[in-house]
Design a protein around this ligand. Sequence first.
Ligand code: ADP
Ligand code: MG
Ligand code: MG
Length: 879
Amino acid sequence: AAQTTRYLYDLADGDASMKALLGGKGANVAEMLRLGVPVPDGFTITTQASIDSMNTGGEWPASLWSETQEALERLEERTGRTLGSAERPLLVSVRSGAVVSMPGMMDTILNLGIGDSTVEALGAESDNPRFAWDSYRRFIQMYGEVVEGVPAHAFEDELTALKRTRGVEQDTDLSVEDLKELVEKFKSVAREHMGAEFPTEPREQLQRAIDAVFRSWMNPRAGIYRKAHGISDSLGTAVNVMQMVFGNRGDTSATGVCFTRNPSTGAQELYGEFLVNAQGEDVVAGIRTPRPLAEMESVLPEAYGQLLDTMKRLEGHYGDMQDIEFTVEEGTLYLLQTRNGKRTAPAAFKVARDLVEEGVITKEQALRRIEAGQLDQLLHPAIDPDHGKTPITKGLNASPGAAVGEIVFDSDTAEARGKAGDAVILVRWETTPDDIAGTIAAQGVLTAHGGMTSHAAVVARGMGKPCVAGASAAKIDAAAKKVTIGDTVLHEGDTITLDGSTGEVYAGALELVPPQVNEDFSAVVGWADEVRRMDVRANADNGEDAARAREFGAQGIGLCRTEHMFMAEDRLPAVREMILADDEESRAAALEKILPMQQADFEAIFEAMSGLPVTIRLLDPPLHEFLPDLVEQALTVQRLELQGGTDAELREARLLLSQVKKLTEMNPMLGTRGVRLALLYPEIPTMQVRAIARAAFAVRERGGEPIVEIMVPLVAYAEELRRLRELIEDTLAEEFEAAGQQFDYTVGTMIELPRAAVVADQIAEHADFFSFGTNDLTQTGIGISRDDAEGSFLAPYVDDDIVPDNPFASIDIDGVGGLVRLGTEGGRSTKSDLKVGVCGEHGGDPASITFFESIGLDYVSCSPFRVPIARFAAARAVL
Ligand code: ADP
Ligand code: MG
Ligand code: MG
């Protein structure tokens, strides 16, 4: 008989290794139980149950409800309480729990089991009716919102109105009678929106609550979050049913969130917040601004001490910084959740380094912990420390970094304007998980409410988005689209600057400065060097960039684009002279002028990279790129004709126009460029090779050690490379003879056309190395032009999941990656030791680097600033 799937585990049957099945929350609570850390009892419905129900259009697997009822009975037995009973009622929470944590993106329902028949018993038990009625109103609110889809504001409006009539500020200032009244009001709000009575049968409520948590996996905001973090839609969520413990049971009860280290900086210090007489949602949802954890010591000293011990223990057990949710019920501490804390990039590096130094983890483990995207964040600009401006207000430094942008007051506007490329700052009273799309699109977030452990702050830190939270001096009028801070009134569209590291907010745009790479970063990237197999080179066209690249750890230049040297303003006249030349002789004369300039460039690069290889690519782009635009030149001629320019002026302008016409191509990207240009105008590569040789000799004379690699672009046919190689060798032989000395060099080619990848075995006959030009290979391989695609269909393609990613940012592994693999195999079938690398933007993209490692490339080359990222990613790729 077929084994039936088990959809449910009691807490005592789980452990931390079962995350895929029990979700992160369920697995970690089970683990805490095993460790003897106090947690409420309960059970977990597996992710498989939600997947199976998702795959059948929402229908539950046949055995799930009976398994749930049995588990509930066991829980009732263990706790000595009964769901819905007027005597010793059991209350539970129904909590979502994804495999990869998605703070606040899915739903949780607290206080299930409370109703007209249980509320009195609950109050009587602890002689605290206020707490019972507070729990009741919370339940109607949460259940109504999450399960029945009643809009949140409908309840909030009633609560605010009641507080106003009573003249009180805090929820906790409402009396028992107030809360009873509120329960009635909430019921009628629910009734109105549901068009039916509020359900009162707790088992039915439980079933519907579990189902709602299943469905919350497909919330729009959860989908957006998964997309932003590359989490698969097919994982599903577990559902945790746990006995309630009550942080709202009076003044010896509390709830809070803490991190075992500072998740912004990584410092080993107390970091957390709590609220007396409240439930967890108040803290994590950012509804109330909580108090710093340190204050708990005087309020609840015993629980505080236990909490600190437990934090230490959990961090030691998991070997990583923990993010912990806790509740104190009448002095007794319970842990409700622990997970590896989301952290900013600086914190990630510091924590990793400290944990290695403390002997808790190995260097390899530390490398595995850090996400490549976090290196990116470290390299973001910061506020110039010498700005000398006075902030208009200060909030909590919830997520560090600098953000400059125009104020917007709602997530939709932030999303629309952010996607259009505008820099905006989302300014909100509080942020809810529904603001996720706006948060992603904004440069930063400013809230008037909520603390540093709210989900909004956690999500912002995880994304490296600067966030200032709880800036209570900011009076936001979202309807009128303005915010008043002291005497300053700011409107939508006004620019502000956030300093997420200090919590300061400034009017206007502050100056930003390049980031400082710190010691933690250097240490971690140093470990990466010990581990990685692939070399990392840089793309650089001048001595300055080459020197910077070397500082960042580049092991050579993988791509030196010589055309950039042609574009410089002081050289363009000579370059045009060369292009406009009617015969070889005058062309040669023009080239004579360019040669020393090129030579000087090469000297600077060879010097900066002394002892390391420098790959110089011969001229690649079509010649017309060095000439004026066709239409513009036609207009110039016309203007001269009308305004009566001199004969000489007119002649020159007309000549230029006719040359531009001649050189203008329908599709220049596939036109006369690269090796084609070199074969058509051999004087150009000849000049370049001479400049290379003379630069190398000059640098060597000054004591440098140039290592020369010459690269031919856009080769499609082996014969093209054979001929150009001959030209290069002959020219170098001449130069060697003239100089009376020589140097070793290699000649290789770019592989950036599908044909080249297919016939790579033939091309390799004439090549000492291959370098995949993945930018052009993506264009020619997929058959899309980057400039046309990125402004048009590509974004909707990515949004609609037609393609997983922008193929210009992250390599299309199946297609373009397939060509790289094919070309590599082909090349090495001819020369087994053929050196193969990648230049182009993919060389600095971690996902692409992982792929390049998997097919055995020798090196990647990327822009100087991305070199540390590539060094790190290359190490991650082998771990
Ligand atoms: P999220 O994933 O949004 O953090 P949780 O399931 O962790 O949702 O629940 C949110 C908060 O509700 C928790 O931080 C905790 O404080 C509170 N909570 C959840 N379950 C219980 C429980 N059984 N007893 C008391 N509080 C709970
Ligand atoms: Mg939680
Ligand atoms: Mg190219």
